[in-house]
Ligand binder design. Sequence first.
Ligand SMILES: *[C@@H]1O[C@H](CO)[C@@H](O)[C@H](O)[C@H]1NC(C)=O
Ligand SMILES: *[C@@H]1O[C@H](CO)[C@@H](O)[C@H](O)[C@H]1NC(C)=O
Ligand SMILES: *[C@@H]1O[C@H](CO)[C@@H](O)[C@H](O)[C@H]1NC(C)=O
Ligand SMILES: *[C@@H]1O[C@H](CO)[C@@H](O)[C@H](O)[C@H]1NC(C)=O
Ligand SMILES: *[C@@H]1O[C@H](CO)[C@@H](O)[C@H](O)[C@H]1NC(C)=O
Ligand SMILES: *[C@@H]1O[C@H](CO)[C@@H](O)[C@H](O)[C@H]1NC(C)=O
Length: 342
Amino acid sequence: MAAIKKKRLKVFTFVLLLVSLTSFFLNYAHTTATYTWFPKQMVMHFSEHFKRFMKYPQRPCSCSQCISETGFAPWFDERFNHTMQPLLNRQNAFLENDTYTWWMKLQRERTPKRLNETFMDLFSIIPGDVDPLLQKGPLICRRCAVVGNSGNLKESHYGKDIDSHDFVLRMNRAPTAGFEVDVGRKTTHHLVYPESFRELAGNVSMILVPFKTMDLQWLISALTKGTINFTYVPVPRKIHVNREKILIYHPAFIKYVFDSWLQAHGRYPSTGILSVILSLHICDKVDLYGFGADSKGNWHHYWENNPSAGAFRKTGVHDGDFESNVTSTLASLNKIRIFKGR
Ligand SMILES: *[C@@H]1O[C@H](CO)[C@@H](O)[C@H](O)[C@H]1NC(C)=O
Ligand SMILES: *[C@@H]1O[C@H](CO)[C@@H](O)[C@H](O)[C@H]1NC(C)=O
Ligand SMILES: *[C@@H]1O[C@H](CO)[C@@H](O)[C@H](O)[C@H]1NC(C)=O
Ligand SMILES: *[C@@H]1O[C@H](CO)[C@@H](O)[C@H](O)[C@H]1NC(C)=O
Ligand SMILES: *[C@@H]1O[C@H](CO)[C@@H](O)[C@H](O)[C@H]1NC(C)=O
Ligand SMILES: *[C@@H]1O[C@H](CO)[C@@H](O)[C@H](O)[C@H]1NC(C)=O
């Protein structure tokens, strides 16, 4: 009896292995087609895919590589935490004590300002749905362009490439009108804070990055009574963006970017690196445009003619060098691609 059982188990194991291998090959046949084959590479390539397959029997996306796949680069795996939720919604709208304390210190906000009530007020005005950006899956390959504001976009002719992405993320005051050939005309998401606000087309999602409670209060005010016109600089009293499309960057995610990705360099993360790390969580493939200096080492914006403008990098609030080391390292690990322009 025992012998028969053992034999059955062997057959069962064999069949199971055959089924997994077959489905594995079917799954990966398309990724291997363009490879030049040598036995050693083949084995390595195979075992890499096999590891991936064992880890994700159900791939997280349909691209040949998905950003969220771990197991290839310890540097990435140590930093990337897929359970972190990038956006604030009705269900996750509270901060742990340490996050709250850290966030309050960012812009030296002293007195606690009814944060819970502010969250509730906010979600009586904007949707606050649970992660509308995370609805991806094994059948989708979501390609994103993250477009920074560097002068290296000038005369780059990247416009068409940028527009070919599913999501196009832009930030702060970035205009497209008049610069379409170089920066494209499409925007799906635009990250701003009150002091960097610009009006957006009705079909663009504004992602507010709150660095203080007043930023949330400003948003409420700007969509309703218009009582706030000043934070540390004058801010628009009223805004006309489509409130159905407004999203809020989660303060806990800002802290995650700071702790995990910036290893506490600088005082807090720039909108640029916040956009990049957000894109790692909501996209399967990421292309960066308009990051870094131009070929002459200038850090101006593409819509400005003064090359010494936009020298935010040297303010000490953000650690531009560390941030660009993070993006270069991501590129060197093939997690993202960086288009350097001119
Ligand atoms: C990842 O984030 C979750 C919260 O979203 C946290 O509980 C967990 O400890 C984090 N994991 C690591 C390895 O930091
Ligand atoms: C969080 O902070 C509040 C007030 O500072 C304190 O009363 C509470 O015990 C803290 N909670 C935890 C879990 O540390
Ligand atoms: C805010 O709400 C959270 C849960 O949603 C709760 O843990 C926390 O104590 C509240 N804080 C204040 C100050 O009421
Ligand atoms: C958004 O609206 C503009 C016109 O205001 C249109 O040209 C553009 O194609 C729309 N974009 C998307 C992604 O639907
Ligand atoms: C803000 O509004 C107040 C009165 O409501 C006005 O006195 C002040 O000049 C305004 N500030 C700016 C920067 O517009
Ligand atoms: C990032 O910084 C580390 C430590 O300074 C350095 O070893 C590494 O080469 C840098 N990586 C890139 C891609 O610049």
